[in-house]
Design a protein around this ligand. Structure first.
Ligand code: NAP
Length: 318
């Protein structure tokens, strides 16, 4: 009898093909309700989850003692209780490395769009309110030649730095550990977070969500930024205090922001929805056809490896 596997959302075919030897149940396109998830995991050996499902001890216990692997189709795994998994002998895996460039593209897209007021301009045009080319119309901030501060200088942060070099930007970074090799390769200088916030024209956030990074950017940090600065967040919503950001944008204490992630997805702070100087994307950082294929394939390969008694390519716990 093939082992039972639950895939919590519809994923690209490439991933499902890897799981052909298993008895696979795929839920649906939308995220499952909690009760539905608890019911669907019963008796499975592996779960291929996404960032929208909270994979905690209760879900693992509902699966039962046969559960051996949770393969998260995301590099971030803040939705998985890794400690609870370890206590139950469950392997957790993620999908690092295959989405770096795609997510860096979205960070840079948001950086350009918010600096150059693309959202505002498109809303004006689509509403039929664009009457003429104007010498003072929709003046934004230059990106080229400015100073970019990257917070979280890992795979994606460094991919953003490579793009910034092409725009002639100076790159400064903050990270919990120094990245000396990357400093040399990318010509980036290390700074404390407060110094970086004071010095940067653009700040792009690329840390994981952990207890230490929750509200890493709050009211005080926003106050440290230049009034002409732009904040970009493609990491996880709770890394930025959304209410504090909405206030800073409304009071023009910073120039603009570009966001891909939110504190309570899919809800977005009402004040942000009403502001012109913020570009809002619906968590599409890794959403390219090529990259979602790779993420689904890697997650499925990790899951299959554990069930076959092999080592997964990208484990989170040992
Ligand atoms: P990564 O390679 O692990 O890089 C994260 C970096 O953050 C590491 O260099 C790490 O430092 C640093 N860091 C961790 N805690 C920190 C702290 N408290 N203060 C300062 N720096 C800290 O991860 P990645 O692959 O670049 O991904 C980063 C995050 O992006 C993911 O965790 C995920 O949440 C998010 N993401 C979002 C999307 C999207 O769709 N918007 C897509 C992909 C990823 P060390 O080297 O010292 O550990």
């Amino acid at each position: 009898m093939p082992e039972k596997v639950l895939v919590t959302r519809e994923i690209p075919e490439a991933g499902l093909r890897v799981l052909e030897d298993f008895d696979v149940t795929v839920l649906h396109e939308r995220p499952p309700e909690r009760d539905e998830l608890l019911d669907a995991v019963r008796g499975v050996s592996g779960v291929l989850s996404t960032a929208t499902e909270s994979m905690d001890g209760e879900v693992m216990d509902a699966a039962g003692e046969g559960l051996r692997v949770i393969a998260n189709m995301a590099v971030g795994y803040d939705n998985v209780d890794v400690e609870a998994a370890g206590e139950r002998g469950v392997v957790v895996t993620n999908t690092p490395g295959v989405l770096d460039e795609t997510t860096a593209d979205v960070a840079f897209m948001l950086l350009l769009a918010s600096a150059r007021r693309l959202g505002e301009g498109e809303r004006l045009l689509r509403a039929g309110r664009w009457e003429w080319w104007g010498p003072k119309q929709l003046m934004g901030r230059d990106v080229w030649g400015k100073r970019l501060g990257i917070v979280g200088f890992g795979r994606i942060g460094q991919a953003v730095a490579r793009r910034a070099r092409g725009f002639g930007m100076e790159v400064i970074y903050h990270n919990r550990s120094r990245k000396e090799e990357a400093e040399l390769e990318l010509g980036a200088s290390y700074m404390d977070l407060d110094d970086l916030l004071r010095a940067a024209d653009f700040v792009s956030i690329h840390t994981p969500l952990t207890p230490e990074t929750t509200h890493l950017i709050g009211a005080d940090e926003l106050d440290n930024m230049k009034p002409e600065a732009v904040l970009v967040n493609t990491s996880r919503g709770p890394v930025v205090d959304e209410a504090a950001l909405a206030n800073a944008l409304a009071e023009r204490r910073i120039f603009a922001a570009g966001l891909d992630v939110y504190e309570n997805e899919p809800e977005v702070h009402q004040k942000l929805l009403e502001l012109e100087n913020v570009v809002l994307a619906p968590h599409i950082g890794s959403a390219s056809i090529e990259t979602r294929d790779k993420m689904a394939t890697l997650a499925a390969e990790n899951l299959a490896a554990v069930l076959r008694g092999e080592s997964p390519k990208t484990p989170v716990n040992e």
